[in-house]
Design a protein around this ligand. Structure first.
Ligand code: TGC
Ligand code: FAD
Length: 387
């Protein structure tokens, strides 16, 4: 029996019925709603906001959080499959869902009060309130401990000053989760984006993640009440804990991008006839396609086991680093290789590989650069901190 070229180890047979149903639903959404428009969105530098209500109604926002807050209560593997199918469409769509779910709803759920959860999570799950996550600052994102943004207590309020850079959803968001230095260490605040002194400036001229909103945030004496502080965490482990959630999803997303590129390159190679035979009949192209299939298979197994560890409650941040490093690198290399197989046709957004390759240049940088994740794994295996 012929194997499925995009699932050579039948990883799908390891999924539960519910996980398969989630994957099929999101795959249909990507095929019917994302793929027909995404090339144009990328060309125009436009995030397709019109998809937000449907993304919300499918339960994709905060999908792992409990139903009592209006969320779908799915397991970690299902969240991974959501990321994979969305990023088969475009990294920008997956980014939107990652930021809303893992970087904005998760900290409210994990570090917020019951009132904060009830106030924000149901509306965020419904897509009525969009969030952004402000950790990175202009002077360097890899070392967030060196944070300049600060919050000072003033009576019953906090006054926040500083700037954040490269913030996904910045100009779309109604609230920002802002991380700031305080006398008591780094703390998180829910900042309404219409608060006096808050401004967001969209970053243009991007060659990557063009179907996603990226912004700089400025906080000039922004005043929020004590009720907007996330009280249940202090220190860098607050934002890093959110990153672990988002990075987990990002290990799955690029598998989708890689599958899209591999499929397009393979189909093209079967039809492109040069020197009297399809280029797929040449050893050089088969080597490339076989290597793509090998690397996709390894990434699928890595993320699935990571998801099973997460669902069992034993996943460690170092394991997430290894998979983020491996799977994003795998997808970026495949996207570039697929672009090459398409020849000249590969340089336009008529075909997806160049769009995925350009997007993955961001994915390999955000949520911890490739080097940062290599150094995390290096620290684990040597016991020596090289940062
Ligand atoms: P260290 O000072 O040793 O640790 C501080 C505390 O944090 C704990 N911790 C973690 N907790 C949860 N998850 C993790 N991954 C954690 N890593 C560390 C740690 O146990 C400690 O806790 P405690 O209780 O002892 O205080 O920090 P470190 O040396 O581990 O960190 C260094 C380094 C370089 C790894 C870290 O600073 C880092 O990850 N830098 C990269 C920053 C980054 O990834 N920024 C991403 C910004 S958000 C973004 O890019 C969104 S893109 C979204 C999209 O569009 O999809
Ligand atoms: P730097 O930290 O200045 O790194 C520059 C180079 O130095 C990199 O190659 C890095 O690997 C290398 N380097 C760093 N440390 C070491 C070391 N110890 N040894 C060797 N090399 C090292 N941030 C948010 O907070 N929220 C968001 O929503 C968000 N969205 C983003 C969306 C996009 C499209 C992009 C591109 C970024 C986004 N980011 C966001 C920011 C992202 O997390 C940072 O870009 C990333 O953490 C790297 O920070 P930096 O760009 O300042 O690079």
């Amino acid at each position: 029996m012929a194997l499925n070229p995009t699932d050579l180890y039948d990883v799908r047979s390891l999924l539960s019925e519910e996980e398969r149903a989630v994957q099929d639903t999101v795959a249909r959404f990507t095929d019917e709603r994302v793929l027909p428009i995404i090339g144009d969105c990328f060309d125009q530098g436009r995030f397709p906001k019109e998809l937000i209500p449907e993304i919300a109604s499918l339960g994709l926002l905060g999908s792992s959080l409990p139903e009592e807050y209006g969320c779908a209560g799915l397991n970690a593997v299902s969240y991974g499959l959501i990321c994979q199918e969305l990023e088969r469409g475009d990294s920008g769509i997956r980014s939107f869902v990652s930021v809303q779910s893992s970087l904005c709803m998760y900290p409210i759920y994990a570090y917020g009060t019951e009132e904060q959860k009830r106030q924000w999570l149901p509306r965020m799950a419904a897509g009525e309130v969009i969030g952004c996550f402000g950790l990175t600052e202009p002077h360097g994102g890899s070392d967030p401990a060196n944070m300049k943004t600060h919050a000072r207590k003033d009576g019953g309020d906090w006054v926040i000053n500083g700037a954040k850079m490269w913030i996904t959803n910045g100009n779309l968001a109604q609230i920002a989760i802002v991380w700031a230095q305080t006398e008591d260490g780094i703390q998180g605040f829910i900042v309404p984006t219409d608060a006096p002194g808050f401004s967001a400036q969209e970053i243009h001229r991007k060659m990557s993640l063009r179907a996603s909103v990226t912004s700089a945030l400025f906080l000039d004496n922004v005043r929020v009440p004590e009720a907007n502080r996330l009280p249940n965490v202090k220190g860098l482990k607050g934002p890093l804990g959110c990153l672990t959630q988002a990075r987990y999803g990002i290990t799955w997303g690029p598998i989708g991008a890689a599958i899209a590129c591999f499929t397009e390159a393979r189909d093209y190679a079967m039809e492109r006839v040069l020197f009297d035979r399809p280029i797929a009949a040449t050893q050089a192209v088969q080597l490339k396609l076989a290597d793509m299939a090998r690397r996709i298979t390894l990434a699928q197994l890595l993320s699935l086991q990571l998801g099973r560890l997460k669902d069992a409650g034993t996943m460690q941040p170092t394991q997430v680093s290894l998979a983020k490093w491996n799977n994003v690198r795998m997808a970026l290399d495949i996207a570039r290789e697929a672009r090459d197989i398409l020849g000249g046709a590969g340089i336009t957004t008529e075909h997806s590989p160049i769009r995925h390759a350009l997007n993955l240049e961001s994915v390999i940088t955000y949520e911890g650069t490739e080097t940062v994740h290599q150094l995390v794994v290096g620290r684990e295996v040597t016991g020596i901190n090289a940062f």
